[in-house]
Design a protein around this ligand. Structure first.
Ligand SMILES: [Zn+2]
Length: 146
């Protein structure tokens, strides 16, 4: 500490010489310089100042890439790490995102589905059962005629 005081004193001394500081100002300046030096000294000794230790790492339940987040029986919400059958617009609302923003943020393509694979599969089967190929055939016939 004696060495620090000496450093602070010499800094303020040179400051006092170069400008016209009053006694009170010199004391105040000395105090400030001393605080800074003490802080620097603390960092050097490996003792982090309080502000640095407060910064905690954001709690990430599971680090998952967009591709890995789509699984057979569930999808992982990349915002909160929850396992869902589908990342819905309603769920994303709780994160303040739209599906479009979510996809953009995490590097999905806009046409990518946010449903688990099983759900995607059963949906395309249901679509077939609803007769989309038939509709398509009819549409193509109609277009040929025109
Ligand atoms: Zn979520």
């Amino acid at each position: 500490m004696g060495k620090l005081l000496e450093m602070a004193a010499s800094i303020v001394e040179s400051q006092a010489m170069s400008s016209s500081l009053g006694t009170d100002e010199v004391v105040e300046s000395l105090r400030r310089v001393f605080d800074v030096i003490r802080e620097l000294n603390t960092v050097e000794c490996g003792e982090q100042p309080e502000t640095a230790t407060v910064q905690a790492q954001p709690a990430q339940a599971e680090k998952v890439s967009p591709v890995e987040s789509i699984r057979d029986d569930h999808v992982v919400c990349l915002e909160c790490g929850r396992q869902l059958t589908q990342v819905t617009a309603n769920h994303l609302k709780s994160h303040g995102l739209t599906p479009r923003e979510y996809k953009k943020k995490w590097g999905f393509r806009l046409r990518d589905s946010l449903a688990c694979r099983n759900l995607q599969r059963s949906r395309s089967e249901a679509a077939k059962k609803r007769g989309i190929p038939d509709n398509l055939k009819r549409y193509l016939e109609k277009r040929r005629k025109n």
